[in-house]
Design a protein. Structure first.
Length: 525
């Protein structure tokens, strides 16, 4: 029996559960470290060695990312996994389980802990996206119970269980390869229904919808897991805005079957009473989660994955996982280099990111002897330099002040300008606290500026780039019904783009840094 395989022949069966796709047995065995203690584990036999090994490998990487409360996972044999018991309250249990569902006291405690541990929520979200987790349902994540029972429960950070549908593109390929002529289930694995809770208006103070209220939709196309910058750039703010509808999901390039971003019931937990608000915090912790994935060295991820299991017994699975880790990480690195705000984040937060990675690695080694003896570095300084270096150009008071002032001047221009639209045209927006009808292009600009106001510095550069993009498109567009005053306004806004580009150049910002904000700025240099 190798490093990753554990002998559970001496376990005592407590009871069997049959509520999940794979029946689970709750088992008990004498603790190896403390013979007076009985450890409780969950034993689950999966359909394939691939699924079992992926659950174990990714589950242990989740434990590195989420911390020591995340349950240990081991493989008993090629197809069977055992997971340590963890006392946590899933989101589904909060809403549906007796003792919780009508208990406003517990709901409020859960909401407070949720808001205080938003960093671990975003770590669950971003890492599950990175690992192509297909089924992050409301029953598979939640807050750990640190102490107490009933109303005395005290909650900590987030944990995630059930990782067998991680790297789901590998599962789909494997199922298709092994499917028999009439094995429709395996052949349709890439077309599994999507489950979601659409946003409701007005947003309730406490959304009480349960699993039976969930909507489902089928897809004719194959499941997509394209982790693009475009997806990561907007998914958080669109979720908070309540935009994740059926049509929105259908147009995504990243489409798991179940994902918390599809669950608008969570929005009831985001009514922050004071600043900083959820937009700024979610964007910040999104970046922090991405950074921990990108700047953890591949050798460290390999070390966890290969020591989590016995790779000699499942060599093909290990090769597939290795390739997938390389592919996913390289793709994420490439996509995030497109984001100037993330570059700035990396430069300003480099030491914090490094300390978090080293702290997590230390906890991982301390918690499991199998991960000792790693000769490399958990923190990938080389990759960090690829981000921190370019980000340093933006981490200057002069650049930040120029860009803040530019966005402020655009806000003032749009608020003060006497916009006029034809009968039945335009769109109503709030400007200076009043409803006002403006042309469609201007309404989009107002939306960008409103998002910048909510997110602050963490979205500074993207907001400037988005405004340049919309101004250039508005100025280049034509319409037979457009008012002359609107054309004049677009021309005036166009001159501000030129002035902004020249000011950035005069302040010493390189052409590459300026064009990264928006390619159109290069025309004025």
């Amino acid at each position: 029996m190798g490093t990753g395989f554990k002998n559970y022949s001496n376990y005592q069966l407590i009871r069997s559960l049959g509520v999940s796709a794979h029946p689970v047995q709750i088992i008990q065995r004498t603790s190896q470290k403390n013979p007076q203690k009985k450890d409780v584990w969950f034993l689950k036999e999966l359909e394939s060695a691939q699924e079992a090994q992926i659950e174990c490998m990714t589950g242990e990487i989740y434990r590195y990312l989420l911390g020591p409360y995340q349950p240990k996972i081991r493989v008993r044999d090629a197809n069977t996994v055992v997971s340590a018991s963890v006392n946590f309250l899933s989101f589904r249990e909060l809403l549906e389980k007796e003792g919780n569902k009508n208990n406003n006291f517990i709901y409020d405690k859960y909401k407070k802990a949720f808001q205080e541990n938003l960093d671990s929520f975003m770590m669950v979200m971003i890492s599950s996206i990175f690992f192509e987790e297909n089924d992050l349902s409301d029953n598979n994540y939640g807050l750990v119970v640190l102490s107490g029972d009933g109303n005395a429960r005290e909650f900590g950070g987030f944990v995630k269980i059930d990782h067998g549908q991680s790297f789901n593109s590998l599962r789909i390929s494997e199922a298709s390869r092994n499917a028999g002529v009439f094995d429709v289930k395996k052949k349709m694995l890439g077309h599994a229904n999507i489950k979601y809770f659409p946003p409701v208006s007005p947003r309730p103070a406490r959304d009480r919808r349960v699993k039976s209220d969930r909507c489902t939709m089928g897809l004719m196309s194959n499941r997509k897991y394209l982790l693009s910058h475009a997806f990561l750039n907007t998914i958080v703010t669109d979720f908070l805005d309540g935009r994740i509808t059926k049509d929105y999901i259908q147009n995504l390039q990243y489409q798991p079957s179940a994902c918390p971003f599809y669950d608008s019931r969570l929005l009831s937990l985001f009514d922050y009473a004071k600043d900083p608000g959820p937009y700024l915090l979610m964007e910040y912790f999104k970046y922090l989660a991405i950074a921990r994935l990108i700047f953890t060295s591949l050798s460290a991820l390999y070390h966890i994955a290969k020591n989590a299991s016995d790779i000699e017994k499942v060599p093909r699975v290990w090769v597939d996982v290795q390739k997938k880790l390389i592919e996913s990480r390289e793709h994420l690195v490439s996509e995030m280099k497109k984001d100037p705000d993330f570059l700035l984040f990396c430069h300003s937060q480099e030491n914090h990111i490094k300390n978090l990675i080293n702290k997590s690695w230390g906890e991982m080694v301390q918690g499991s002897e199998r991960y000792a003896g790693f000769a490399g570095n958990a923190f990938d300084a080389g990759t960090m330099n690829e981000f921190s270096g370019p980000g340093g150009e933006y981490d200057k008071d002069s650049f930040i002040k120029q860009t803040e002032e530019y966005l402020g001047s655009l806000q003032k221009f749009i608020e003060d300008y006497p916009w006029s639209t034809g009968w039945g045209g335009g769109k109503s927006v709030v400007l200076g606290g009043r409803n006002k009808k403006v042309p469609g292009h201007v309404a989009q600009m107002v939306e960008v500026l409103d998002l910048y106001r909510k997110c602050g510095l963490v979205r500074l550069i993207r907001s400037a780039g988005d405004m340049v993009d919309m101004i250039e498109k508005a100025n280049a567009s034509t319409s037979s019904t457009r008012k002359k005053s609107t054309t004049e306004a677009y021309q005036a806004l166009h001159t501000t783009v030129q002035a902004y580009a020249m000011n950035l150049k005069s302040s010493g910002l390189s052409r590459a840094a300026i064009v990264r904000i928006h390619p159109g700025l290069g025309a004025f240099l």
